[in-house]
Write a protein that binds this ligand. Structure first.
Ligand code: AMP
Length: 404
């Protein structure tokens, strides 16, 4: 479906053309008409599906074509991370270039001047505010945020927000909003906690499911069964085997990120790292360096993985097995964009092999087992179906679980 078929405002169409969008992605095709007709939405869609434009375009169209209160915030987009807020603001900047729409990003980690300019926009009225929960609450607590005319609430990456413990903050922010409004919830996964949140917020929502449950065929997926101390030398080995354009390495903790980053740097690899200890400005610089090709390798914690929209990755290494299958698909989907061939490698320890087996079940295929070169010594036996998670946890669950 071509964007010209949605009947968007002319100035908005100019922005869409300037962004180079021609045809709508599946999520856009399904979501846009419902938003224009005023429906609430719950959509399972991940980064990379075009979900951002799926909610921005119809909301912008309505802001441009319907009367609205210019002394109030009109649309509020709540996101889990600063990176995602910045990314949405960048997309907005492009699509609204030919319009008079105003927007502000509201996130922590910036200085007093930013806080003051956020305050000004929230106090005097702005079409769209993109915020992280904590920072928005800081403003709300001061009592000056004008929300009387708010018409649209968007929760983006809602599952990630709940993972990060923002449930209460979201509920609190919503308590400040007018009851009459349109609600749009986007989430990569739909665990029960999301259903619970949705039940409390959405009104007769349209359900849209665009979750990618299988990675594209052209990604060469492989796994190494390893012991923890073998991981760093093996990363170096993999990186030396072939000339990769850009490489993204995901670790499950910031400690692993730092350790791996330090080791790679010491070995003179062009590497950057991104984790929550970095200041906002440092994180932005790391992303700029990576996107421009100055650093070819980026080591990141998984919490930040969804907020980073970087395309054209040649190799993704899962230094640890991702938490769930959706995360796995999401991460490796960063390679092989636009029909190019990508490579994804996962390190699996004995403890993680059951989790990896579950991922293989979800994607419906066995990932190629690579042999660890001999010089690395003995490796764990491959027995993916063996559930070697500590027994204690199971007992604990049984005892403390609800009585049925
Ligand atoms: P998202 O899933 O929102 O993170 O979007 C992923 C990428 O796709 C972003 O770089 C967007 O600019 C781009 N994109 C979104 N919609 C379209 C479209 N209809 N055609 C081409 N690119 C798009």
């Amino acid at each position: 479906m071509y964007f010209s078929e949605f009947g968007f405002d002319d100035d908005l169409m100019d922005g869409i053309d300037a962004m180079g969008y021609e045809t709508a992605t599946p999520v856009q095709e399904q979501v846009i008409p419902h938003i224009i007709s005023g429906k609430d939405i719950i959509a399972a869609a991940q980064t990379g599906t075009g979900k951002t434009a799926a909610f921005l375009l119809p909301v912008l169209h309505r802001l441009l074509s319907e009367p609205h209160d210019d002394k109030s915030v009109n649309a509020l987009i709540i996101v889990p991370t600063r990176e995602l807020a910045i990314q949405i603001a960048q997309t907005l900047e492009g699509i609204t270039y030919y319009t008079s729409v105003s927007f502000v990003s509201v996130y922590g980690g910036t200085g007093g001047a930013s806080f003051a300019s956020e305050r000004k926009a929230l106090e005097t009225g702005v079409d769209i505010a993109i915020c992280t929960p904590g920072r928005m609450i800081s403003h709300l607590n001061m009592g000056y945020v004008k929300l009387d005319g708010l018409k649209y609430l968007i929760l983006d990456e809602a599952d990630r927000m709940l993972d990060m413990g923002f449930f209460d903050d979201i509920v609190k922010i919503i308590s400040y909003l007018p009851k009459e409004r349109q609600n749009l919830l986007f989430s990569a996964t739909m665990p029960p906690a999301i259903r619970k949140l949705a039940a409390g917020i959405l009104h007769k929502p349209e359900e849209i499911n665009i979750a990618i449950s299988k990675p594209p065929e052209q990604i060469a997926q492989g796994a190494y069964w390893v012991y923890e101390p073998q991981k760093i030398p093996l990363v170096k080995h993999v990186l030396q085997q072939k000339e990769f354009g850009s490489v993204l390495i995901f670790c499950s903790s910031k400690l692993s990120v730092r350790k791996l980053y330090d080791e790679l740097r010491r070995s003179k690899f062009p590497v950057g790292n991104i984790q929550s200890d970095l200041e906002q400005a440092q994180r932005e610089q790391v992303l700029i360096d990576f996107k421009s090709g100055k650093t070819k390798i980026l080591v990141a914690t998984d919490i930040l993985s969804r907020g980073i929209d970087i395309e054209d990755i040649d190799l993704v290494i899962n230094y640890d097995v991702p938490h769930d299958g959706e995360d796995y698909v999401h991460r490796i989907g960063r390679t092989a964009r636009a029909a190019t061939k990508g490579t994804a490698i996962t390190f699996v320890t004995e403890k993680e092999q059951f989790k990896f087996h579950k991922i293989e079940e979800l994607i419906g295929k066995e990932v190629t087992r690579h042999t660890v070169p001999e010089q690395f010594g003995a490796t764990p036996a491959i027995d993916p179906k063996k559930d070697s998670r500590p027994k204690k946890r199971k007992n604990f669950k049984k005892k403390s679980g609800p009585k049925r």
